[in-house]
Design a protein around this ligand. Structure first.
Ligand code: 3NM
Length: 208
């Protein structure tokens, strides 16, 4: 699959906005692929928000953690963590066409992920982040290079502490895509579209 250079992820706490409102603003900035990440809402509320987000035209939605919600709202896929349903089980639920992403936090996990039925592998945190509770130790750019080498051509998403300042180096170290939360959302609603557009433009000429 072809990942966007900038992989936007929603966060209602950082943005102060509903998932659908974040998706609308990201789409205004050119996003066509967004992950909804929700760690607090009950399933009913998240289902409703996710449904509203998937109805926004021109944006493919991936749901973090919850294959059931992804299936129920007809999202294009699910992004799984190490403690979620195993990718094989999510594949059985969602089918061959679904996009399944999988979070890894070190080279051992990334190597193991390479033989699972996933469409892309995420590795992080690359840099220090306060967005994720109990984040793993930083992988750094050298760790990212090693993961790229270890997994071959599988699409690779780098996450954790990525900003316009360090994103070019992350792409140069072998990531196909940078996943960003606070770097896109923490400037307030008025800045979201422009920040997505600016980061995409900054990275558009970079080759991995
Ligand atoms: N996952 P920010 S780090 C959601 O290491 C998430 O897998 C991570 O947010 C991982 O762009 C992270 O604000 C937080 O640093 C990313």
């Amino acid at each position: 699959m072809q990942l966007p250079r900038v992989y936007a992820i929603t966060d209602t706490q950082i943005s102060g906005l509903s998932h659908a409102d974040q998706v609308r603003l990201l789409a205004d900035g050119g996003a066509t692929f967004v992950q909804l990440r929700e760690k607090n809402l009950p399933a009913l509320n998240f289902y409703r928000e996710a449904k509203a987000a998937t109805e926004i035209s021109g944006v493919r939605i991936v749901i973090n953690d919850r294959a059931d919600v992804a299936l129920a709202v007809k999202a294009v896929g699910v992004h799984l963590g190490q403690d979620d349903l195993p990718p094989e089980a999510a594949r059985t639920l969602l089918g061959d066409e679904a996009i399944i992403g999988y979070s890894t936090h070190n080279i051992v996990q990334a190597q193991a992920a390479a033989s699972l039925p996933v469409d892309y592998i995420a590795i992080g945190p690359i840099f220090r982040t306060t967005t994720k509770a109990n984040a793993d130790p930083e992988v750094g750019l050298n760790g990212l290079r090693a993961v790229r080498k270890a997994i071959g051509d599988i699409p690779l998403v780098a996450i954790g502490g990525i900003t316009p300042e360090n994103a070019p180096a992350v792409i140069e170290a072998g990531a196909d895509s940078v996943a960003v939360i606070s770097g896109l959302l923490s400037g307030g609603p008025a800045a979201i579209s422009a920040q997505f557009r600016a980061l995409t433009e900054l990275l558009s000429s970079r080759q991995t």
